[in-house]
Ligand binder design. Structure first.
Ligand SMILES: [Zn+2]
Ligand SMILES: [Zn+2]
Length: 188
């Protein structure tokens, strides 16, 4: 099964996603403010939508430059937004609990053919937003989580230690930082 390499923009932090056969991941696009504000918070342009490879954490392997991995949360309840501090590149998001297994890998940092987009989240409409293909996305996520919880594979993760605490202490954005990040997200 193929491995897909990933790297931050400067290349100091690099690694690979292992065993990426099509059943092991879901290629989605998310339009939500939080995914986009992860870029603007780090000083990058608003991508307007973010391609994401949804897979499980045991398939993420950091091969070099792991000391550059940092993490922030948009709010005290927000998901963990992992990035490379060497060049401020957003790389991953995970839930707060290792047992949930799930990880989203920013597709713009992955080298390889990810195939078609299977679902889209928070697609803007005139009056709000809608999701396309979300049921399938959530279903696949749940299947991966159940299997890896049963066989203990959830423990194999670069993001959490053996006690289930984040590998690096998360920084929660201040209200000002959060506002500035959202300001950079173009409202559609
Ligand atoms: Zn870098
Ligand atoms: Zn999103």
């Amino acid at each position: 099964m193929p491995d897909l390499p990933f790297a931050c923009r400067c290349g100091r932090l690099r690694g690979h996603l292992s065993d990426m056969d099509p059943s092991a991941y879901t290629h989605i696009v998310c339009h939500c403010d939080d995914c986009r504000a992860a870029y603007t918070h780090l000083g990058m342009a608003d991508p307007e939508k973010v391609g994401i490879v949804q897979t499980s954490q045991d398939q993420v392997h950091i091969d070099e430059g792991g000391e550059n991995l940092r993490v922030f949360r948009h709010t005290a309840k927000g998901a963990l937004r992992w990035y490379a501090t060497c060049c401020d590149t957003p790389l991953f998001y995970t839930p707060l609990k290792a047992r949930l297994v799930h990880v989203g890998v920013n597709a713009d940092r992955v080298d390889g053919d990810l195939g078609p987009v299977r679902a889209e989240g928070f697609v803007p409409t005139g009056s709000g937003h809608r999701h396309k293909g979300a049921l399938r996305m959530v279903g696949r996520m749940a299947t991966r989580m159940a299997a890896k919880n049963l066989n203990g594979q959830w423990r194999e993760t670069p993001f959490f230690d053996d006690e289930g605490a984040p590998a690096v202490p998360p920084q929660v954005l201040t209200r000002e930082q959060r506002a500035a990040a959202l300001m950079g997200v173009r409202q559609s």
